[in-house]
Design a protein around this ligand. Structure first.
Ligand code: C2E
Ligand code: CA
Ligand code: CA
Ligand code: CA
Length: 295
């Protein structure tokens, strides 16, 4: 029994060590990933439900990790958040999105880009890794603002083409900072949406005061929309509430024609999901957009 106990203990520590080592390896690799230019953006279209036209794309981060292939965000964003590396990586995402918007403007592609923003990116404290390069005149000290104003100027991006997606938990965590920053972004003309709406705990009274244009209904309410009356009721309640507050509504995770039909009947403004198009590398996306426009 004693030997078993000991080997059990040894097994436990070696498994734990493996996990600690794996985590340390991941962090070290992530620290180098930015310098080595290993991050890429894939883009997933958002359509206007009524006309079917492509309005914008959401930029989704991928890590092209040597020896591992394309790593999806859930496998490395938590580590970026823990280490604070999400701030410089988030600045890179904004820079890459603005560069792409500039290129599309010159090429006559009128798509906007929505970028996901983490809570860490809107905190006032600029960490030592802070990726923002130049101080923006009169822009305050936060890294998101610095990254954005610098990039938009450099790539001559009309602010109306850029949109930020923030989750309810981000908005509720740093109420004062967030509100001040959102107001400044709004005054520039940047679009602001609440991501994964319905999964957090935002109070309606607070929501009403935020300078937000759009609610994105979380995919979990869309998935069983046509079979689960509770999910349909939630989606409908969000739609009605958003519209009465003069907010646009986007449904994410649309996977079937039946879901899209339901959303269309209920007056949902925009939709996004595998049924419409998957996230794609930029060259594939451009090709798909040209084909879509030619129809
Ligand atoms: P999200 O913002 O909710 O993004 C939507 C996710 O749902 C994406 O996963 C997308 O590929 C996936 N999706 C789209 N359509 C469908 C569908 O019809 N069915 C299903 N089942 N899934 C669909 P992805 O690309 O793996 O991103 C996961 C999450 O990672 C994102 O969730 C977002 O929270 C985070 N993320 C991605 N890029 C960034 C980034 O640049 N910065 C930050 N801070 N977070 C990011
Ligand atoms: Ca999002
Ligand atoms: Ca989402
Ligand atoms: Ca979601």
């Amino acid at each position: 029994a004693k030997a078993e106990g000991r080997s059990g203990y040894r097994f436990y520590t070696s498994a734990m060590n493996a996990r600690v080592l794996e985590k340390a390896g991941l962090e070290a690799a992530l620290r180098n990933a930015l310098e080595r230019n290993e991050f890429v953006l894939h883009y997933q279209p958002k359509i206007d439900v009524a006309s079917g036209r492509w309005l914008a794309v959401e930029a989704l981060l991928r890590w092209d990790r040597p020896g591992h292939g394309l790593v999806p965000p859930e496998q490395f964003i938590p580590a970026l958040e823990d280490t604070g590396l999400i701030v410089p990586v988030g600045a890179w995402v904004i820079e890459a999105a603005c560069r792409q918007l500039g290129a599309w403007q010159r090429a006559g592609v009128p798509l906007g880009i929505a970028v996901n923003v983490s809570a860490r990116q809107i905190m006032r404290v600029v960490r030592e890794q802070g990726g923002a390069t130049a101080p923006a005149a009169g822009g305050g000290g936060d890294p998101l603002w610095l990254a954005m104003t610098t990039c938009m100027r450099a790539h001559q991006v009309p602010p109306g083409l850029l949109e930020f997606e923030l989750t309810e938990s981000t908005l509720m965590l740093h109420v004062d900072e967030t509100n001040a920053m959102l107001l400044r972004l709004k005054s520039l003309g940047v679009g602001l949406s609440i991501d994964d709406f319905g999964t957090g705990y935002s109070s309606l009274a607070y929501l009403r005061r935020l300078p937000i244009d759009t609610l994105k209904i979380d995919g979990q309410f869309i998935r069983d929309l046509t079979s689960n009356p509770d999910d349909a009721a939630i989606a409908l309640a969000i739609l009605r509430m958003a519209h009465s507050l003069k907010l646009k509504v986007v449904a994410e995770g649309v996977e079937t024609q039946a879901q899209l039909d339901w959303l269309s009947q209920q007056g949902c403004d925009q939709a996004q999901g595998y049924f419409i198009a998957r996230p794609m590398p930029v060259d594939v996306l451009e090709q798909a957009w040209h084909e879509h426009e030619a129809r």
